[in-house]
Design a protein around this ligand. Structure first.
Ligand SMILES: [Zn+2]
Length: 130
């Protein structure tokens, strides 16, 4: 197997540590947990390291940022569909316009649901921690 493939990943994994399946909130790479003298800590392949409290805070910040991006793109997709639908209505493409308006409505509902879910997730995150 060539360099950079799965064999390369295994070869560079820190000895005696198991990957968590969680990604580094700074670079998005794999992250490993370590149970050392300072308690539970985390580090990624390129050297970002976090004690437990920092990992929770940084991961929560990345979670908020990612959800905000999802909400923004969903709302933008609805706005784009509405803009195109408006053009289609004025150019006598009524079937396409009606379909685009329906898709925009669905995207608006999805954006509102994402906002509701994000609010729930952040309310839960505010009370967790060591
Ligand atoms: Zn990292």
């Amino acid at each position: 197997m060539g360099a950079g493939g799965p064999a390369g990943d295994r070869a560079s994994r820190p000895a005696g540590e198991a990957a968590t399946g969680i990604t580094c909130p700074t670079c998005g790479g794999a992250i490993w947990d370590e149970h050392g003298e300072k308690g539970l800590a985390f580090h990624c392949r390129i050297g970002h390291s976090f004690l437990l409290g920092a990992m929770l805070a940084n991961h929560a910040a990345k979670h908020r940022e990612t959800l905000a991006t999802a909400i923004r793109y969903t709302a933008e997709a609805a706005a784009l569909k509405r803009l195109i639908a408006s053009w289609a209505w004025t150019h006598e493409h009524s079937l396409a316009a009606a379909r685009l308006d329906e898709e925009a409505d669905m995207l608006d509902r999805t954006a509102r649901e994402l906002e509701r879910v994000a609010g729930t997730a952040f309310a839960l995150g505010a009370s967790s921690g060591p």
